[in-house]
Design a protein around this ligand. Structure first.
Ligand code: HAM
Length: 425
């Protein structure tokens, strides 16, 4: 049998990168808490109908990208391709309309899309996202965009471009969609077969096409920002004004229709010039009709999703360099192995220190080498023949400083050393 491999478009996150990932998620948790968002976890799969209705049957996501299967009870289920519809489902199911509005929720979860894998595009990717449900106030749009901008800032990737658009609402959009359909109808010969089909099914989806010829035609298409009703225009102006007030510089991009059918009014996207084709780092928008579409009472909402793989790409391949353990024990006398084992255990349980010891029967020389390789801050040498058996030599592996410490006093020694380190400027 050939060597086993992770499925196409998926990846293993090895420990160094997993630790970097944890840091990104921990940073997000702190930033999101500052804005009053609380974490929610929903299932990895949902009824297929949720996405068909919520995301839209004419979208690429529903038509081509879903991992849909029947379970043994004959139900059609789909691995979550995106986080918004499931959270709206949870909002309705748990009667969250009874809570003070808007309800602010964030998530970190894998998403599954059958897309053509390439750099920054996977079949399983992980998103950090947030949804504010229950308020139509443009301040919520501005706040959630500001929150995402702050996350990027905290992660050291604050230089992203921010594009915004308005998709209108049920008052002004239908008339715009008809205008767009008429325009595209007159340009069919220049469009790809898929866009010709989209012209009938859902003309807005032609903006998702990446083909140069179609993009050129769409460059001349009527723009939705010129066809907004008074309320949508006022909303859009307020959002861009508020963003300007807090120092963000959104660029209006009329092509930003963002692949999913549920958007109304504001859409936005942060992108990086360094990511090639997959330049979108994070994006979202308002979805005032979505909850009603999936069976709840009319409830507005706004949110975003940002792919952590794309964040890592912008941050550089390694998300953070892991430092080694606080101490590595090196045992020079086989008879002291059991003592070393209990000492290590004591430091871990009493002080929560990261402490390592040899578990592979290495010679003392091999253990010392391993201490170096692990990047440990200190080596604790136990059983040196020229020392009292009850004493260990603690060697600082950064500068070579040594201190002889009684085994019984090691925990106190490390507690004191830690206090000094924490108190240091
Ligand atoms: P989305 O634009 O489809 O929006 O995905 C959000 C982010 O997920 C993208 O900006 C990108 O960083 C990342 N992403 C998407 N697909 C892939 C992929 N195949 N591989 C790697 N990363 C990917 C949504 O999913 C909406 N639910 C966002 C939202 C929340 N809108 C309102 N609330």
């Amino acid at each position: 049998m050939s060597e086993p491999q992770a499925p196409k478009g998926t990846y293993d996150l090895l420990p160094d990168d997993a630790e970097g990932r944890d840091l990104v998620v921990a940073t997000a948790a702190v930033v999101f808490a500052a804005y009053g968002y609380r974490r929610i976890v929903t299932p990895e799969f949902e009824d297929t109908a949720l996405f068909e209705r919520g995301v839209g049957e004419a979208t690429d996501m529903v038509r081509k990208e879903m991992y849909t299967f029947s379970d043994k009870g004959g139900r059609s289920l789909t691995l979550r391709p995106e986080g918004t519809a499931p959270i709206c489902r949870a909002y309705v199911e748990h009667g969250m309309h009874k809570l003070p509005q808007p309800v602010k929720l964030w998530y970190y979860a894998p998403m599954f899309r059958y897309e053509r894998p390439q750099a920054g595009r996977y079949r399983e990717h992980f998103q950090l996202g947030a949804e504010a449900i229950g308020s139509a106030d443009p301040q919520v749009d501005a706040e959630i965009i500001a929150m995402l901008a702050q996350l990027y800032e905290e992660l050291g990737i604050g230089e992203l471009r921010l594009a915004v658009n308005s998709m209108g609402d049920q008052v002004c959009r239908p008339a715009y969609v008809e205008r767009l359909r008429d325009f595209l109808g007159g340009r069919q010969a220049e469009l790809c077969p898929e866009c010709r089909e989209r012209t009938q099914l859902n003309p807005l989806r032609t903006f998702d096409c990446k083909k140069e010829t179609c993009r050129a035609v769409l460059g001349e298409a009527p723009q939705i920002v010129d066809h907004l009703c008074a309320d949508c225009r006022a909303h859009f102006e307020r959002v861009t004004l508020l963003l300007g007030d807090i120092g963000l510089d959104p660029q209006v991009d009329f092509r930003l229709v963002r692949g999913l059918d549920y958007y109304t009014r504001t859409t936005f996207e942060f992108s990086s010039a360094h990511l090639g084709a997959q330049s979108g780092v994070g994006g979202g928008g308002r979805y005032d009709g979505l909850i009603e579409l999936i069976g709840g009472s009319p409830t507005p909402g706004v949110g975003f999703g940002t792919g952590v793989e794309r964040i890592s790409l912008v941050m550089g391949v390694r998300e953070s360099a892991k430092s080694g353990p606080d101490a590595y024990f090196v045992c020079y006398d086989e008879r002291l192995r059991a003592r070393v084992f209990t000492l290590v255990q004591q430091l871990r349980s009493e002080l929560l220190l990261e402490v390592d010891l040899d578990l592979a029967g290495r010679t003392p020389k091999g253990q010392l080498k391993q201490a170096d390789r692990s990047g440990a801050l200190r080596a604790v040498l136990v059983g040196l023949e020229w020392l009292d058996p009850g004493t260990a030599r603690v060697r600082d592996l950064r500068n070579g400083d040594e201190d002889d410490v009684a085994l019984d006093a090691l925990a106190d020694w490390f507690a004191a050393a830690n206090d000094t380190a924490e108190g240091a400027p």
